[in-house]
Design a protein around this ligand. Structure first.
Ligand code: HEM
Length: 125
């Protein structure tokens, strides 16, 4: 059964562009992780002001393996460097940075789901 892991990022208005720029330049290593199925960076439009990093994995174990991997660290090198410390696994980054310094996200929260049902468009429909 696939699992969905959503990293929910709190991003101030002035850091939005910076966050999106970092993702535009992301390492692109998650694509090669075993069991990786899907990634989307979701920009909030209505109902929330938090960004979501949507990922889907073949299994919980595949996600855990990626989180412990060098690929995860490499994919978060900028975030970790700018935070000036080790990268928390889904834990809140230090608060109160701004004006282009520090991490683009002021906080992060990891949400986990099991995929119960899914659908894709029917060919020819
Ligand atoms: C303290 C927690 C986290 C923060 C603040 C954070 C923030 C970021 C940022 C700013 C980037 C862009 C690349 C960079 O700046 O180095 C990134 C990449 C990414 N993040 Fe996170 N992240 C965190 C934890 C997680 C977790 C738990 C997941 C799991 C869903 C995740 C999924 C991803 C993915 C898939 C990428 C792209 C990596 C690649 O291209 O290989 N992040 N993250």
């Amino acid at each position: 059964m696939s699992v969905v892991k959503i990293n929910v990022l709190t991003v101030s208005a002035e850091m939005r562009e910076e966050l999106e720029k970092r993702f535009a330049n992301r390492a692109g290593m998650v694509e090669t992780a075993d069991g990786f199925e899907w990634f989307e960076l979701l920009r909030p439009v209505e109902g929330t002001d938090r960004y979501m990093v949507y990922t889907r994995w073949r299994s919980e174990e595949d996600f855990q393996r990626w989180q412990e991997s060098r690929a995860f660290q490499a994919g978060h090198a900028q975030a970790a460097a700018e935070a000036g410390q080790g990268h928390g696994h889904g834990q809140a980054a230090p608060q109160g940075h701004g004006h282009g310094q520090g991490p683009a996200a002021a906080g992060a929260e990891l949400w986990s789901f099991e995929v119960v049902q899914s659908a894709t468009p029917k060919p020819g429909a």
